[in-house]
Design a protein around this ligand. Sequence first.
Ligand SMILES: *Cc1c(COP(=O)(O)O)cnc(C)c1O
Length: 461
Amino acid sequence: MYYISTRGKAPKLNFSDVLLIGLAEDGGLYVPEYHPQITESDLRRFQKMEYVDIAFEIIKPYVGECIPDNDLKSMINDSYSDFSHKDVAPVIKVEDNIYVCELFHGPTIAFKDFALQLLGRLFDFVLAQKNRKITIVGATSGDTGSAAIEACKNRESINIFMLHPLGRTSDVQRFQMTTVDADNVFNIAIKGTFDDCQDLVKDLFNDKPVRKKLNLSAVNSINWARIMAQIVYYFYSASRVGVPDNKVSFCVPTGNFGNVLAGYFAMKMGLPVDQFMVASNSNDILTRFLINKDMSINGVVETHSPSMDIQISSNFERLAFESTNRDAEKINEAMVEFRKTGKMPLPDGMWEKINKKFQGMSINNDKTLKAIKKWKEEKGIIFDPHSAIGLEAGCKMKTSSPVIVMATAHPAKFPEVLKKAIGEKVEVPEHMSDIFKKQEKYDVLENNYEDLLEYINSRLK
Ligand SMILES: *Cc1c(COP(=O)(O)O)cnc(C)c1O
């Protein structure tokens, strides 16, 4: 299996190289050259298989010849062995035709663990093969950072620098990042928004000499391997609600578009999906796009669901690429213009194609709090604000197939919001109970490229 860039001007690479490089040299994102196919009889077998065994079958064709089967199998098994639920991604019925796939049983209690636990191990394996070291730089609105740090801490071949927007993550999220005591972990709070952090990271990657010197690598959802790992739970959850005997729809609380994009790739592999719902908070660029046919950036506003306080959904580029029949030239034009003006010129026919499969809905703070309260009072289930947005939008989907809502975080991760919604907070799971007793370690930097570069250079000696 080889990978090509959505902008068409970067070299074709195999899985190991795509894993290490993250963003393509031409500013594009890597996608697999073709979509491996899962058949109806595979889907039928999946109904009785465990999570990790399905994972191996989905992931293997994407890895190709880069990693021997046995090694891949044991990395997959290790990645999910620490999850606190035996089903890894349990699927529960919450109402007629509405199901929830719980993606928060990993070590940092948000869905990012699904991809990053595997990514840390893949990095280690491939770097050892190549006898190399890398510098990972990432931007996080909260959950990516903790999951990435947890997955990379104390790994010999990796130094990790994680940028978060100062004061805009929840306390639990920040403590999960800043209390990890490891020599290879550097936390940086940027005076700015998540998009500012993401832009700084992109600037680093676009600075070719720096990129080469530092051996830069990304763990953000621009990294193909993250999407790949997330495809698995679409197959797994669908297999629990009757697929292939019926179609299924998914509702996904969305920020950077990585999660729902994995669902789209699952569909491309043969999963029978009726509709996707892209659920967002008041940062609603995708909803506006789907409803008004207009992709233009407004300012980022802070909400009760900070992991979705994003305006530029990087992974949308991969969907745009697929939805223009892989017209790299058009994508390049559109993305350059989008970056320059904040408004994306839409290639002919792209919106129509996307609109056939995707619905969008934006849920504001007030409705989020009400949804959390309603589910608690009516069903006794407590959802985190991101998942509550998913439930609210999922229940309004126009579809006749079962709807699976992706529950992306454990409610204990957002105690301040839970207190507002239901007047009580939710205890963190046992394995995290001492988190607030630990010492925090992070540095604050201005939203400035030179400052960041100097910081990284000085820490890498
Ligand atoms: C990261 C995150 C999201 C958004 O996922 P994307 O892949 O960026 O769309 C939603 N909810 C939670 C809890 C998250 O951590």
